[in-house]
Design a protein around this ligand. Sequence first.
Ligand code: HSE
Length: 307
Amino acid sequence: MNEIKIFSPATVANVACGFDVLGFCLDSVGDDMVIRKTDKKGIHITKIENFDLPFETELNVAGVSALAMYNAIDVDFGFEIEIYKNIKPGSGIGSSAASAVGSVFGMNELIGRPFNKTQLTEFAIKGEAIASKCEHADNLAPALFGGFTLVKSISPLQILEIPSPNDLFATIIHPQIEIKTSESRAVLPKEVPLSDAIEQWANLGSLVHALHTSDYNLISNSLNDVIVEPYRSQLIPHFNEVKQAALHAGALGAGISGSGPSIFSLSKGLETATKVKEAMAAIYSKTDIAFEIHVTKINNEGVKIIS
Ligand code: HSE
């Protein structure tokens, strides 16, 4: 096999109380990428569609993660990467992670899968880091593994797969403004009060338990972020109204998707998730801010081969 086409999914990181460690994978939103072996050695980005992103390998997220893997293998050929980007950069649904994951997943398939998913995440972290100016894997891990994942540690990298209740659906609204991850990290405090930390880790522990036991009430009670949301929500116009509208329409909980500006909610059942979609959309429809909105089930597969 010399060429592979893959789907690299969007993801929601943090999931309210799990800043930098928890994430889940979306089903119907993501990038397509083609990875091809070439005689010319090295990594070459040959096509980028839909967004203006750098073609220089060392400046491109997909290129940097690909290079990290390329430098770890000994081959007498190179790789071309075509990126059909559907996830807007700076949207908060793992645009850079999808690029970083797609290139290494595709290359690994073309050379007979010498690396496992945790090792692929190690390479992908290098690409993600040029976008967010720090190494974190809470978008990368769900994009690679699918479902919900928890990044237990970065060094050494340890990723835990967490089950998704069958009837859990996400509604994600993406106001068409850009918030760079590096900027939304800059507004965060360096220290947090112990009482907030206690509340946050109680919520994270109970959310993980609720996912394991399909306890939708406990999911709802746990989806609270007392540390990051108060700072970042100020960067997102109408955040509180959208969140309240989602809860009022029956969502289990809602919060900032990754570093924003997207806002996610989780619901039990497609019918409720669709009502939540209408309620969230109604808020931005009253403004001059354009938006996209998605309802998706949790994608338990992650990045996958299309052809
Ligand atoms: N955990 C990261 C953050 C995700 O919230 O900054 C965005 O890349």
